[in-house]
Ligand binder design. Structure first.
Ligand code: ASP
Ligand code: MG
Length: 435
């Protein structure tokens, strides 16, 4: 069996949903478990909706109406018969959402957040399932909450792999054995959500890739395919480099490194479970479904064939020096890291000398200020804003000299495979190409 994951952009309107259905139908030779995320930007809209309810803003009705109209328009484009029961399901789901918000918006934020944003995934998976049924492509809806079991860390649920694996297998076996007339199974589930047994728990933003990997791991799938709006993993961000190149093959290791440094194609937690069971992951374009895409697997032979680069914008560099001019030692570092974690900040790059410790991180405004404020009790701090962090994997001198031409470098770090630079200024289209 295979797992197919479709993200929000792949189901952003009726035409897109039809395209997804076609991809599924064209691959019907195999059993498929489909994972689908919320349509378009619905998760962001639900976040704003919850905020509006918590603060009692007048915009509540308006945001709710936008979410409703958006989904209704998709249904209108998919189901010509306005008496189809899917319209009723939409109404009852939205009523439940409204009721939840009216009664519970002010409960513990993380907990109610998960309950509220999950409505986007419910609607999306429900609509896709109904549409496929309507096209006579019978499928079984499996609520992810019944099989993906987590602890109660709301918004960042930790998956219990043993229990989840067992549940997923049980469900799969019973469905494929009992309802499968053609010998092929088609299951549809929401991404991004699971359950602690009582409440909905999400796996972190953009977590649907991870859902796909958990299902694939549980069933020892032959493959998982993540269908995206890009032709595969690319060697640079296509938003900035329209002619970024596709990387045909990557090892789990290399893909993990790239996502660690900030390449945002795959959710970082996705790869480990797949690597553990040696399940290949394909990244392919839903706009061009017959194109080859990228395969991520155990084969490392092509990892070095492309220099890839990853830019992180809006960085800040903070240098921290003990007030008494003592050396920077382990106790200082642990204190500084504790302050980072307390303020919800993450070091993207660190460098230390005898007398100072420098950290490059995302400029998260107030959080950074508060962090520095606390540092100032024991340290002298200096900071530099308006920076960017460039990471080049498999660099060569030629690429680097082109990239760094006319740039002021504040910090430079090189290892055998990776070169990293904290640069003054942002990033724009005149920045040289990967090669
Ligand atoms: N819908 C969720 C989000 O936007 C999960 C996902 O897209 O993977 O974060
Ligand atoms: Mg999404």
């Amino acid at each position: 069996m295979k797992v197919y994951k479709f993200g929000g952009a792949s189901v952003k309107d009726a035409a897109a949903v039809k395209n997804v259905a076609k991809i599924i139908q064209d691959h019907a030779e195999d059993d498929i478990w489909v994972v689908v995320s919320a349509m378009g930007k619905t998760t962001n809209a639900l976040e704003s909706l919850l905020e509006a309810y918590r603060q009692g803003l007048d915009t509540r009705e308006q945001i709710l109406e936008q979410i409703e109209n958006y989904h209704r328009e998709i249904l209108d484009g998919l189901f010509p018969f306005s008496g189809h029961e899917v319209f009723l399901t939409l109404n009852t789901t939205l009523e439940r959402l409204k009721e939840t918000l009216e009664n519970r918006a002010k409960e513990d934020y993380d907990k109610i957040y998960d309950t509220v944003v999950a409505f986007g995934e419910d609607l999306s998976a429900m609509i896709l399932s109904a549409y496929l049924d309507d096209r006579s492509y019978l499928n079984t809806w499996v609520d992810a909450r019944d099989v993906i079991l987590t602890d109660s860390t709301f918004r960042e649920g930790k998956v219990d792999f043993v229990k989840t694996g067992k549940k997923v297998k049980e469900r799969w076996n019973s469905i494929v054995e009992s309802t499968n007339i053609t010998g092929k199974g088609l299951l549809i589930s929401q991404g991004f959500i699971g359950s602690d047994g009582k409440n909905t728990v999400t796996l972190g933003r953009e977590g649907s890739d991870y859902t796909g990997a958990i299902l694939a791991w549980s069933l020892g799938a032959t493959e998982i395919t993540i269908w995206k709006d890009v032709p595969g993993m690319l060697n640079a961000d296509p938003k900035f480099y329209p002619d970024a190149e596709r990387i045909p093959s990557l090892s789990y290791q290399e893909a993990t490194e790239l996502s660690y440094y900030g390449a945002s194609v795959i959710h970082p937690k996705t790869l480990k479970p797949l690597q553990n069971k040696d399940i290949p992951l394909y990244v392919r374009s839903f706009m061009n479904p017959t194109a080859e895409g990228t395969v991520i697997h155990h084969d490392e032979s092509q990892d070095h064939s492309h220099p890839s680069f990853i830019f992180k914008q809006a960085q800040v560099l903070i240098s921290i020096t003990p007030k008494d001019f003592s050396f920077i030692a382990e106790d200082n570092m642990s204190q500084i890291f504790a302050l980072l974690s307390k303020n919800g900040l993450k070091a993207n790059l660190t460098q230390n000398s005898a007398l100072s410790f420098s950290i490059c991180m995302d400029d998260r405004g107030k959080r950074v200020e508060e962090f520095m404020e606390e540092c100032r009790l024991n340290y002298k701090t200096l900071y530099n804003q308006g920076l960017s962090l460039l990471t080049v994997r498999h660099y060569d001198e030629d690429t680097l000299s082109r990239l760094l031409k006319n740039r002021e470098v504040l910090v430079e770090q090189r290892s055998r495979k990776t070169a990293r630079f904290v640069l003054k200024g942002g990033f724009n289209l005149s920045t040289p190409k990967p090669r």
